[in-house]
Ligand binder design. Structure first.
Ligand code: WTA
Length: 657
């Protein structure tokens, strides 16, 4: 670390934006940010009217919002087709021939799609889907890798008003099946396979297994990414069609006409369902609607990334997660941005992959996750140093708390002390960024996610909702509905209400703990519910536990997190076995493989420990707090008086991992 930075860190961890950045920034001072933020809360109608004029509205809204918690509506009365804001509006401008997507495949092949080309693909796909029977309101599952067609798939569904549910390509067949069944998807869009670290992920084979028990799927569209020689697939007669055939074969004239001039939908028409982990075993189908979501992602992309026409913007997330939805697809395309998209892993074939892509394509904005940053630190500075990163002007971080050391490395080695860093806090449920520092307007503090974004009234409170004093830790809540918030959980309004709105009266509970410092900056510490954040992936402990107990050898299981230098949190599970089952290496391997199958490889536990019993309260509840301490190797603190059997704990401590 340079001496200059080190001394600055010691005396005051504040990094003001450089004058050259602020001079050109959309919001150039703290005063400007404050006045916009104030207006967004005090005169929301005026604020949102002014900031949504670029979007395409077929019918204007008559009222900004209407709510009776937990139900809320925004842009009341408006009608729109979200894809017209993301595609059609650019065709009448010089953006027509601008690159919308610059894609790089893992093996190194590249493709660029202009706004004109992307629009044409989306129209064709929408027409083809209409011919396959997809209508507004039908759900379409998308199980694809990071290929441009995945973006085409999402937009084609949106064009028809058919809510998409993208299922991350790392999920197993069982997880895919459960999500398809939960939302009752009618069509599945997938591909033969996708590339990951030189290996093929056999998506179609996994989809076939899932579809054996997913009766609602009528048609499957399969993209050829790998090719028959390396990944042969079996096409089921009458059900499966090749993507390429659909795109080449003329669609019916009425479907084409309808895709060219699509229907407009109500502002609250469902746009997508995206599954995420919660504190029970059943994943939650977070449901977003159209106008509020679009307004939120559009505005945040524009201001948080200070997006300009000449930027090459790269969000490294997977489209299977919300970051990919909001900040690869809907946000940047609604702004007319050029988006980089990469198919593979950051370290394949070696650790210079990201830096090579930045150099080759002149990426100017990089938005990635702390886990990736920590992995790059471990791999060594020599990789980024081999490449010219001078095109970068802004860096972003998302998904988990960024530790100040990782922040400093990002700032120094990648940003060359020149690029502001925006640490953005938000969630699948919030739809768009909620906390950050606008890059030209506010100083940053390594490790803090900064200040509320426009329209966001967020606070740290005690259990009953009383505000916390500065620097006092508490629960992070949002005090009033905001346009991009989830409207419900698919088919389960009651769970939506209970999870988010009933925990603390009249506010949305995020599930996160935080404090707010004397400057009003938020410091999010992470989840305080039974959800873990392992390498930026949200994993519910209950999901892992129910997967484990479905294995024939397992009697009981408890999953907890422990701090991990690389992944933020590591997943540790404690397992008791049924009578006659033998603990050992083989069973550990079998349980790991079982999790791969039930959920996906990314959810594989880091540590599996067999135990004769689990520490429980007298009422039979597993004492996770104690297990967490055992897993972290720390001393047991706090109250253990309700522990049923003290010897359990002593035994756990002395056991080998
Ligand atoms: C965590 C990802 C600290 C947090 C967009 C939240 C963060 C959960 C940050 C949502 C951040 C996300 N600093 N923690 N900048 N960003 N989180 O739904 O615990 O996959 O509740 O959305 O990630 O994860 P999700």
């Amino acid at each position: 670390m340079s001496d200059r930075i080190e001394s600055r860190l010691k005396e005051d961890r504040r990094f003001p934006p450089s004058k050259s950045f602020s001079d050109r920034a959309r919001v150039a001072s703290h005063a400007a940010y404050e006045s916009m933020h104030r207006q967004s809360l005090e005169e929301p109608d005026v604020f949102w009217r002014e900031h949504t004029t670029e979007l395409v509205w077929r019918e204007p809204w008559t009222k900004f919002s209407e709510w009776s918690l937990p139900t809320a509506r925004f842009f009341v009365g408006a009608r729109l087709n979200i894809t017209e804001s993301c595609l059609d509006r650019h065709l009448a401008t010089p953006h027509r021939t601008k690159a919308a997507l610059i894609w790089e495949g893992e093996p190194g092949d590249t493709r660029t799609l202009t706004y004109f080309e992307l629009h044409r693909h989306v129209v064709r796909m929408a027409a083809a889907l209409t011919d396959l029977g997809v209508k507004a309101g039908d759900r379409v599952a998308i199980y694809m890798g990071m290929v441009p067609e995945a973006v085409v798939a999402m937009l084609a569904c949106a064009r028809l008003g058919a809510p998409h549910s993208v299922i991350f390509g790392g999920f197993s067949s069982d997880a895919l099946r459960d999500r398809i069944n939960d939302c009752g998807a009618k069509v599945l869009l997938t591909q033969d396979g996708s590339w990951r670290r030189g290996n093929i992920v056999p998506l179609k084979k996994m989809a076939d297994a899932a579809l054996e028990q997913a009766p609602t799927i009528e048609k499957v569209v399969v993209l050829k990414r790998i090719g028959h020689d390396r990944e042969p697939v079996v096409m089921k007669e009458g059900r499966d069609v090749w993507w390429e055939d659909l795109m080449e074969r003329p669609a019916s004239p009425t479907s084409v006409a309808h895709a060219r001039k699509p229907d407009a939908f109500d502002a609250e028409h469902p746009l997508f369902v995206l599954y995420t982990s919660g504190s029970t075993g059943k994943p939650k189908g977070v449901q977003h609607t159209t106008a509020g979501y679009l307004a939120g992602v559009h505005l945040s992309t524009k201001y948080v990334f200070d997006l300009r026409d000449d930027d090459v913007y790269w969000c490294t997330a997977d489209i299977g997660w919300v970051t990919g939805h909001s900040y690869i697809v809907y946000g940047p395309l609604s702004c007319g941005a050029t988006c980089m998209m990469y198919e593979g892993a950051p370290n394949f074939p070696d650790w210079s992959r990201f830096w090579q892509i930045i150099e080759r394509h002149g990426v100017s904005i990089l938005y990635t996750a702390p886990t990736a940053i920590r992995a790059f630190i471990r791999a060594g500075d020599e990789w980024p140093k081999k490449h010219d990163l001078s095109s970068l002007r802004l860096l972003g971080s998302v998904g988990e708390p960024i530790n100040p050391e990782a922040w400093m490395w990002y700032h120094r080695v990648i940003g060359a002390e020149r690029c502001p860093i925006v640490d953005t806090w938000w969630q699948t449920e919030t739809g768009a960024i909620m906390l950050t520092t606008l890059p030209g307007a506010a100083f940053t503090k390594p490790g803090s996610t900064g200040l509320p974004f426009f329209g966001v009234d967020i606070a740290v409170v005690k259990d009953r909702g009383e505000p916390c004093a500065p620097n006092e830790g508490g629960k992070l809540v949002v005090r009033r509905p905001w346009p991009s918030m989830a409207r419900t959980l698919w088919g389960d309004d009651e769970r939506y209400r209970k999870t988010y709105w009933d925990v603390i009266p009249d506010v949305y509970f995020t599930g996160d703990g935080s404090r707010r410092d004397e400057d009003g900056y938020f410091w999010v510490v992470g989840r305080i519910d039974d959800v873990l954040n392992v390498a930026g992936h949200r994993i519910g402990t209950a999901e892992i536990e129910s997967a484990l107990v479905s294995h024939p050898a397992v009697a009981e299981a408890a999953a907890v997190g422990r701090p991990d230098d690389l992944k933020g949190q590591a997943l540790c599970v404690f397992v008791t076995l049924k009578a006659g089952k033998k603990a050992g290496r083989d069973l550990k391997d079998a349980l790991a493989a079982h999790i791969d199958r039930e959920i996906g490889k990314f959810a594989r536990p880091d540590v599996i420990r067999f135990t004769d019993s689990l520490p429980k309260t007298r009422s039979g509840k597993i004492m996770r707090r104690l297990l967490k301490e055992v897993a972290s190797g720390g001393e047991t603190k706090g109250d253990t008086t309700t522990l049923e059997d003290f010897s359990v704990l002593a035994k756990l401590r002395t056991d080998e991992e």
